[in-house]
Structure formats: structure tokens, C-alpha cells
Design a protein around this ligand. Structure first.
Ligand code: SAM
Length: 280
């Protein structure tokens, strides 16, 4: 059963980190003329109304994009990400938050291809309405893990994957690892981005270590912790992005913005970040 709805979380601190890294990776890929394929295995609805009931329930966006959108002192990479959000809110009032497919469309070139997979019927319908008629975009109601297996490698031999499952089911951790293992075996040159929640559960803590073993040609891991751990062990402390075969500039780009971003998004005095990479 699909209980997770991204509309409750759109624009929160985890979306900020994910979409910041995502846009920087796509900017880099866009520097070479050769077209690439992007597969978004868990695409969500593609865009979110922050005034709607779901987003308003915990108003998570106020502690994410809400802390950035009106600032005029954004470091360049953060500014690049926030500009895309501003384009979706042309009157200057934060109401719409773009999902990963919208960030992708903002950065991709006409020659690139976007394939979106989403299983939830309501989110899939919205995704289809937003992107179904766009050139070079395919929207599928299908299991993104299985789809990656059947679509990979891309015919252009340039490919990038965003894997952003809900992790509400423990099985998602294992499926991320198994699917990526196979994808990397088939296409070692691909760029693979995995988002994961920083939780007090073992599966979340072990995931980066498991992903490192899949990436012999290099990886980058960034994690931003913004919220205080609670004794009961529940709650999202922060989130991470793991990138297999990252663009070589990504580490320095993130190193330049993370101290600032962590301070701005901190929800307690112990907020911190981790940035590590293995380059071959
Ligand atoms: N990537 C989106 C973004 O950044 O805007 C958010 C995606 S949200 C975290 C995860 C989505 O995956 C949910 O909309 C959920 O319905 C969908 N989902 C869950 N399991 C799936 C599967 N096996 N294949 C495709 N989509 C799935």
C-alpha cells in the first residue's frame, strides 16, 4: 500500500539539500553537447501547492525553502536552486514548490530525455497533467526500481538517475542497493544520485556504507543534520545525498555552501554537515 505523499514534506530541509545537489549535477552534465537520459525513479507529483491542506499540516517548507526564498545573500549554488523556485512563484510570494521533474526541466537542454516513474495514482495523475505533453518527457505509472532495470543503459551512453524512494517500507533500503548494484554493473559510467533520510534506524545509518561498496569509480556523500535527536528515536534528523560518479566540481561547490546552509536551516545548536568523497 502506498501511504507516503510527498505533498506533506515538499520544500522541507531535505528537499532543499536534494534539489540543490540535483540541479548542480545536471548543470555540470549540461556542459557537454552530447545528450543524456535522466531517469527519475520516484518522481512524485512534479509540483506542490504549499497553501494546500497537505503542505499546511506541518508546514515543513517554512523550515526549508521558506528560510531561503526571501534572502538576498545566497551563495551562488544555493541562488541557482532558489532562482528555479522563484520562477515558479513569479509574483514573489512562495506558494508553489517544484518537484524533482520540474527542477530537471528547468536545467535540461532540448536534446536531453527525461523519464519519470511514479506509482501513486493521484501523484501520477498530477505528474501526467504537468509533464505528459512536454517534448522529450515520458511519464509512467510503474515501479521505478524495475523500470531502471529494464531501461538501462541509455542508448546515448550518457545517463543519470535520481532515486528518491519514500523509505516508509524497510524494503526500500534493500531495493535501492540491489537496483543500483545491477545498474552500475550494466553501466559503470552512469551518474547515480540517491536521497536518503537521516533517521535513528539502523538501515538508514548503514545505507551510505553499503552504497560506497557499489562505486569503484568514485562517490560523494553529503549529509546535513538539522534537527535534535529525540529519545523516542522517531523523526527526521536530516538527510543525505549519495552520488556515484559525481562531477569532479561537486565537492568544492558543496564545500563552499554547506557551512552557510547548515547554519541557515539549523533547528538546534548541534546542527552539522558531513561532506566526504572518494575519487579515483
Ligand atoms: N522525487 C520527488 C521530488 O524530489 O520532488 C519526490 C518523490 S517522493 C520522496 C517518493 C515518491 O515515490 C512518492 O510519490 C511515492 O508515491 C513514489 N513511490 C513509492 N514507491 C515507488 C516505486 N516502487 N516506484 C515508483 N514510485 C514509487
Amino acid at each position: 500500500m502506498l501511504a507516503y505523499r510527498h505533498a506533506f514534506h515538499a520544500g522541507n530541509h531535505a528537499d532543499v539539500l536534494k534539489h540543490l545537489v540535483f540541479t548542480q549535477v545536471l548543470r555540470y552534465l549540461g556542459q557537454k553537447d552530447k545528450p543524456y537520459w535522466l531517469i527519475d525513479t520516484h518522481a512524485g507529483a512534479g509540483g506542490y501547492d504549499l497553501r494546500a491542506r497537505h503542505a499546511q499540516q506541518h508546514a515543513e517548507y517554512l523550515e526549508g525553502i521558506g528560510r531561503l526564498v526571501l534572502r538576498d545573500d545566497l551563495p551562488p549554488a544555493v541562488d541557482d536552486y532558489v532562482q528555479i523556485v522563484r520562477q515558479h512563484n513569479p509574483d514573489g510570494v512562495l506558494r508553489h514548490y517544484p518537484g524533482s521533474p520540474a527542477f530537471a526541466r528547468a536545467v535540461m537542454r532540448p536534446q536531453d530525455r527525461l523519464r519519470l516513474y511514479e506509482l501513486h495514482p493521484t501523484d501520477h495523475r498530477q505528474l501526467l497533467r504537468r509533464f505528459g505533453a512536454q517534448p522529450h518527457v515520458e511519464v509512467h505509472v510503474a515501479d521505478g526500481f524495475a523500470a531502471l532495470r529494464s531501461q538501462w543503459p541509455p542508448p546515448s551512453r550518457r545517463g543519470v538517475v535520481l532515486m528518491d524512494p519514500p523509505y516508509e517500507l524497510k524494503a526500500d533500503y534493500g531495493r535501492v542497493v540491489a537496483t543500483l548494484r545491477e545498474a552500475v554493473q550494466r553501466f559503470a559510467e552512469g551518474v547515480y544520485m540517491v536521497w536518503y533520510p537521516q533517521l535513528q534506524r539502523l538501515e538508514s545509518q548503514q545505507l551510505p556504507q553499503r552504497l560506497k561498496r557499489l562505486a569503484p569509480k568514485g562517490w560523494l556523500h553529503v549529509r546535513m543534520t538539522v534537527a535534535r535527536p529525540v529519545q523516542a528515536g522517531f523523526g527526521l534528523l536530516g538527510s543525505g545525498m549519495f552520488v556515484i560518479n559525481p562531477p569532479w566540481v561537486l565537492h568544492d561547490t558543496l564545500a563552499a555552501v554547506l557551512p552557510w546552509l547548515t547554519e541557515v536551516l539549523a533547528q538546534y545548536e548541534g546542527a552539522s554537515y558531513l561532506l566526504e568523497q572518494h575519487a579515483v
